[in-house]
Design a protein around this ligand. Structure first.
Ligand code: ADP
Ligand code: ADP
Length: 229
């Protein structure tokens, strides 16, 4: 499960001003798609439409053949996980922060998600492991550590489709490298991965689409396709 398909999707926040002018692509289940292109191209918009934050004005978005306009918000949330760009941590333990939103998550499940997000070893190196308090009044985590906690929280749901919107985040290059390594390991799972990214240096995606002003201007397999910035 986890095939994502956009067919001639048209959308504007203001119906008078169209932002996406008929965008089509298919991501087979388990594949990784990178959406790159200049700022304002519409990358984040595509990510938001997958969650039906807005209704589209033309075309169709399907997950596993199902029109997302026809499914309940509940079942949509079960099939898609979004990693927020800048997650706010609770003033609680790192374990709580990963398990948040999943009542009854076991320590084993939390650790498995942390391992998948490449943050388990780091957590084990903390003074109190998973019981270490983080957030404003606890241990301060770096941008990359926070991001990996956010990825672990989303992976705990084990969604067939995982969306990362990095389109406007300004990560430093070390963080960038860390996150790319995490994405690489996620992409080896059966999870479908969609990454919206401002840069042309992205994960080893099976497919890259280059978006410019709401249109796909190039698509292909290789990162060297995309010197669009
Ligand atoms: P990218 O992620 O590629 O930088 P976006 O999807 O954020 O691009 O934006 C695409 C276009 O939509 C831009 O012209 C932007 O100004 C506009 N836009 C983005 N978000 C909103 C919004 N909430 N309301 C109105 N216009 C928006
Ligand atoms: P669930 O209800 O299964 O816990 P949600 O769909 O509510 O999952 O949220 C999944 C993830 O998406 C959470 O980490 C949440 O913070 C994030 N999220 C939800 N809505 C938004 C949004 N509007 N913008 C960015 N991130 C969001």
């Amino acid at each position: 499960a986890g095939e994502v398909r956009f067919d001639h999707v048209r959308f504007g926040y203001d119906p008078e001003r169209e932002i996406l002018h008929g965008v089509s692509f298919t991501v087979p289940a388990g594949h990784t798609l990178a959406i790159v292109g200049p700022s304002g191209a519409g990358k984040s918009t595509i990510a938001r439409l997958l969650f039906r934050f807005y209704d589209i004005q033309g075309g169709r978005i399907r997950i596993d053949g199902q029109d997302i306009a026809q499914v309940t918000q509940h079942s949509l949330r079960a099939s898609i996980g979004i990693v927020p760009q800048d997650m706010v941590l609770f003033n609680d333990t790192v374990g709580y922060n990963i398990g948040y939103g999943r009542e009854g998550a076991t320590q084993e499940e939390i650790e498995a998600a942390a391992k998948a997000a490449s943050i388990h070893d780091f957590i084990m190196s903390l003074p109190q492991g998973y019981e270490t308090r983080v957030g404003e009044r606890g241990l301060k985590l770096s941008g990359g550590e926070k991001q990996r906690v956010a990825i672990a929280r989303t992976l705990l749901k084990d969604p067939p489709v995982l969306v990362l919107d990095e389109a406007t985040s300004a990560l430093d290059s070390r963080t960038e490298t860390e996150i790319q390594e995490v994405l690489r390991s996620i992409s080896r799972r059966r999870t479908t991965l969609i990454v919206a990214h401002r840069l042309s240096t992205v994960v080893d995606a099976e497919e890259i689409i280059v978006l410019d002003q709401g249109r796909i201007v190039e698509r292909g397999r290789h990162a060297d396709l995309v010197r669009a910035d």
